[in-house]
Design a protein around this ligand. Structure first.
Ligand SMILES: Cc1cc2nc3c(=O)[nH]c(=O)nc-3n(C[C@H](O)[C@H](O)[C@H](O)COP(=O)(O)O)c2cc1C
Length: 197
């Protein structure tokens, strides 16, 4: 198989796995852990929702002024980890991170519930909040300000796409005889191989 065919196979496996996960999650959005690294090399990890997936990569939305946003500014690389206990399957992805287009951002923003839009506008994500009531009041104030009109998407709220350079499928098997199958672009094209569990 050539590099493109190997990558397509990896994406197809991801698609099938995400579909199965969606089925066991009763169509709830799929969450995953996102790891980023700051300028000093300190990693941090948090749970996010997967909001898009196709052959271009894995998309999530957030506040670009948050801790993760600042870390991605100085180091636009990330690692994702999904685990589904009901499936005994893990999916790990790593790669470069890029911004999604403004058309995609706007289309996704418009689908969000109004309260989520208001709280996304109000939230200075990751900054110190002295009193939760401050946020509640800000959301109420914005609700009045945008009464009977759409809530505009803040410029700093948008999607990121993790463009994979490595994808690992892990399947739990009895007696820790787990299966690990890896697809990787080492810089000279995609290859696939297995790893010891
Ligand atoms: C199930 C779940 C889903 C979440 N989804 C998102 C999300 O899609 N976008 C987001 O910005 N934060 C989401 N969060 C909150 C993040 O975990 C995190 O608290 C926030 O993004 C701030 O992270 P940071 O300070 O590292 O930037 C989610 C949390 C949980 C528990």
């Amino acid at each position: 198989m050539n590099s493109t065919a190997i990558y397509r196979e990896a994406i197809q496996h991801c698609r099938e796995l995400l579909d199965r996960a969606q089925a066991v999650n009763l169509d709830e959005p799929i969450d995953f852990s996102l790891a980023t690294v700051d300028a000093d090399g300190q990693p941090s990890v948090r749970v996010l929702l997967l909001r898009g997936f196709d052959e271009r990569g894995f998309v999530f939305y957030t506040n670009s002024q948050s801790r993760k946003g600042r870390e991605l500014d100085c180091n636009p690389r990330a690692a994702l980890c999904f685990y589904w206990d009901a499936l005994r399957e893990q999916l790990r992805v790593q790669g470069k991170v890029e911004r999604v287009s403004d058309e995609e951002n706007d289309a996704y923003w418009e689908k969000r519930p109004r309260l989520s839009q208001l709280s996304a506008v109000a939230s200075k994500q990751s900054e110190i909040l002295e009193d939760r009531q401050v946020l509640v009041d800000q959301v109420d104030e914005l609700d009045v300000r945008y009464e009977n009109q759409p809530v505009p998407r803040p410029d700093h709220w948008y999607g990121y796409r993790v463009v994979p350079s490595r994808i690992e499928f892990w399947i739990g098997r009895d007696g820790r005889m787990h299966e690990r199958s890896i697809y990787e672009d080492s810089g000279q094209g995609w290859a696939s191989f297995f790893a010891y569990p």
